[in-house]
Design a protein around this ligand. Structure first.
Ligand code: A3P
Length: 351
């Protein structure tokens, strides 16, 4: 096992070491991690996928000492103030977050970055969707998090936090939430590859697909159990359909155009007839396509030190068939049927 730490292994390593902003962020991270260290040691622990351990907090597993971590959830629960016009994109890791971020950012800002009827000045031509539309979790450590700044409506944020652990003000202020869900088997495969790339080798031994399958089936993955995360948002989408839009990666892949139009309407930025005639929907889809984003993000790192290209692997529906045995597939189908019993969200589980 290599003892040299990859650049993304340490939560502080990512921030430009010598910049004032970087120093301040490192200091803020230390303060936040320190503030919750007594609570952390009381939490149940399990083996982590990327970091050594995951911690159970309010029924879900979280990493610690990371930007997206249990400490961040606690800090946001204490301090975060949502605006009623905000939009939150909620996902489990590896469900298509990067794609959804790109689509929502591109839809809402489609006129802002237009130059001679083309997107030649668009941020998605040179920046990661994660830089265009931040996670509330990664903003916590900034001196001036964007969520404390008033800006043009709607403010767009993403989160992996389970519905029941969201900061109260997001739930209370009735803002809009878009949830993107993906077939659990493809989430597991995607997470397996992602974790292999990012695993903190100084504290974690390599994991086989079997190891991650066992953990996933027990519900142990960052912000899992998978089924509880999905169910939380699904139920609230039934209770508040005007505020919570529930989409699947599979449907978005199968009929991207209609789902992009649906997203645009939900966001309050519907495509006009004129725009449709000018193929604006297809232009947005092209800008956010897997092929285009993978090309733009083939180099560079996010602030948190994760290589941009780690978010673009296959981009397919059903890659699980290349990893699962029949028995594994049946096990996940069985758990999904049990957990989603009585809910109409199991349609993709056998895909
Ligand atoms: P695979 O590992 O199956 O290829 P997240 O953004 O939530 O981390 O999810 C990453 C998954 O979404 C990866 O799945 C990645 O390839 C896929 N993905 C990223 N960008 C995409 C896009 N523009 N269109 C479709 N899938 C995309």
């Amino acid at each position: 096992m290599s003892m040299s730490m990859p650049p993304h292994a340490f939560p502080f390593s990512s921030i430009t070491k010598n910049s004032d902003e970087g120093k301040q962020e490192r200091a803020n991270m230390t303060l936040v991690f320190d503030r919750y260290k007594d609570r952390l040691i009381t939490l149940p622990k399990e083996k982590g996928w990327i970091t050594e351990n995951l911690y159970m907090y309010q029924g879900f597993w979280h990493q610690s000492m990371r930007r997206i971590s249990v400490e961040t959830v606690m800090a946001l629960q204490e301090t975060f103030k949502a605006h009623p016009s905000d939009v939150y994109l909620a996902t489990l890791p590896k469900s298509g977050t990067t794609w959804l971020k790109a689509l929502v950012f591109a839809i809402v800002n489609r006129n802002r970055y237009k130059n001679n009827n083309s997107f030649s000045a668009h941020p998605l031509l040179h920046s990661s969707p994660h830089d265009c539309l931040p996670f509330i979790e990664t903003e916590v450590f900034k001196n001036t998090p964007t969520y404390n700044v008033d800006s043009d409506s709607p403010r767009l944020f993403a989160t992996h936090i389970p519905y029941t652990s969201l900061p109260k003000s997001i739930i209370d202020c009735g803002c809009n939430i878009i949830y993107l869900c993906r077939n659990p088997k493809d989430v597991l495969v995607s997470m397996f590859h992602f974790a292999n790339k990012l695993r903190d080798e100084s504290s974690c031994s390599p994991m086989t697909f079997n190891d991650t399958f066992e953990l996933f089936s027990k519900g142990v993955m960052p912000t899992g159990p998978y089924w509880d995360h999905v169910k939380g948002y699904y139920k609230v989408s039934l209770e508040h359909p005007k505020n919570v839009l529930f989409l699947t990666y599979e449907a978005l892949r199968k009929d991207t155009a209609n789902n992009v139009k649906r997203l645009a309407e939900f966001l309050g930025f519907p495509f006009t007839e004129e725009e449709e005639a000018e193929d604006e929907v297809q232009k947005v889809i092209g800008l956010c396509s897997f092929e285009h984003l993978r090309e733009v993000n083939k180099s560079g790192d996010l602030r948190e030190g994760i290589p941009n290209d780690a978010f673009f692997r296959e981009g397919k529906v059903g890659d699980w068939t290349n990893h699962f045995t029949n028995e594994m597939s049946q096990t996940i189908d069985y758990i999904t049927e049990q957990k989603f019993h009585g809910l109409n969200i199991s349609t993709f589980s056998r895909n």
